[in-house]
Unconditional design. Structure first.
Length: 87
């Protein structure tokens, strides 16, 4: 096998290992930089619920943040916003 081909293959393998390493470190560090995080959204004026489409279970939410939408019955729950009920 020619030397130039061995060098090219070594460089490509090194580049692939470097990219995989950087991706692994980024995923282990939490994904977002602190400057990209958003403040929680205050939803007191609305009734916000996480609703399970399978069984109808609802969780009332008072603040929406960066957390992932929970799962219920194995499926992601839907975020439903309704106008606040007048008391």
């Amino acid at each position: 096998m020619p030397t130039w081909l061995n060098v090219l293959i070594a460089v490509l393998i090194g580049y692939a290992i470097w990219k995989i390493g950087i991706a692994t470190i980024r995923s282990a560090s939490g994904g977002q930089l602190p400057s990209e995080q958003h403040d929680p959204e205050d939803v007191e004026q609305l009734d916000v619920f996480f609703v399970c489409e399978e069984c109808g279970t609802e969780f009332r939410v008072t603040r929406l943040g960066e957390a992932q939408v929970p799962r219920h019955c194995g499926e992601r729950m839907q975020v439903v916003r309704r106008p606040a009920a007048e008391a």
